[in-house]
Design a protein around this ligand. Structure first.
Ligand SMILES: [Fe+2]
Length: 250
């Protein structure tokens, strides 16, 4: 009997900005070429948009347009590097999903803040998605029994659900995958019925250190492959960035 199981490949936050090394994106593309996942999910925070970072603070104004364009171009170049190794492979047409993260969402916030000047001038249309379908910031996506979102919010308060995997599984109520938070945190819960819920937080697929993280830069970085995905259950196979470098970096 043919198997119904799928393979997902998860790309955590890539945080692309001008002038940063993007070779790991090529390694990711090579891994996709090798592993041929049915579904590729990029968890967001790809266009890091430092030119609009002032929009994180209420009441601040935008920076000049040339830096905006540089940020867009850097992310677009990253998308091209990522998809180049597997695009055009005959008979391979993965479902490619991109979840909008909070840095990308700065574009929407900038427009809301200054619609007269920015409406129709900047926008999500500037992203070259290279075959990915974009979902809006915090849109929740159901895929083979797993819910995906950039992060999850608590009902009622809208606050980001945080803490242990067990706590998150309690609040989310089923297998979930999110990015947004550095490193990798994974756990399962087995119900008396034999059903298994998996929780995965994976938020870093980049090589640079973030200045604001200081000693926190030692976190895990990599891709995550999910084998045998069916009805929320799967076998997890992390591919660390150092493993990818060994395999594809030569
Ligand atoms: Fe984020």
């Amino acid at each position: 009997m043919a198997s119904k199981t799928k393979r997902h490949l998860v790309i955590p936050d890539t945080q692309v900005k001008p002038g940063y090394d993007l070779s790991h994106l090529k390694w990711a593309g090579r891994a996709i070429e090798d592993y041929r996942p049915d579904t590729i999910v990029h968890l967001g925070d790809h266009w890091d948009m430092p030119s609009l970072s002032s929009y994180d603070k209420p009441g601040s104004r935008s920076k000049e347009g040339s830096r905006y364009r540089d940020d867009i171009d850097a992310g677009n170049e990253g998308m091209e590097i990522l998809t180049e190794p597997f695009k055009g492979i005959k008979g391979y047409n993965p479902d490619m999903i991109f979840l909008t993260g909070n840095p990308e969402n700065r574009i929407e916030r900038a427009i809301e803040d200054d619609p007269v000047r920015l409406e129709g001038v900047i926008g999500y249309d500037d992203f070259e998605l290279c075959g990915f379908r974009r979902y809006d910031f915090l849109e929740v996506l159901q895929l083979d029994g797993i819910v995906y979102s950039h992060y999850f919010q608590a009902a009622g308060t809208g606050r980001a659900i945080a803490g242990s995997i067990d706590n998150r599984l309690n609040k989310i109520g089923q297998s979930f995958i999110q990015g947004h938070q550095q490193g990798m945190n994974y756990g399962t819960r087995v119900l008396p019925t034999g059903k298994i819920y998996h929780g995965l937080v994976a938020g870093s697929f980049y090589r640079h250190d973030e200045a604001y993280m200081g000693q926190g830069n030692g976190h895990w970085r990599g891709l995550v492959v999910l084998n045998e995905v069916e009805d929320g259950n799967y076998d997890i196979m992390p591919l660390s960035i150092s493993y990818l470098e060994k395999k594809y970096g030569g």
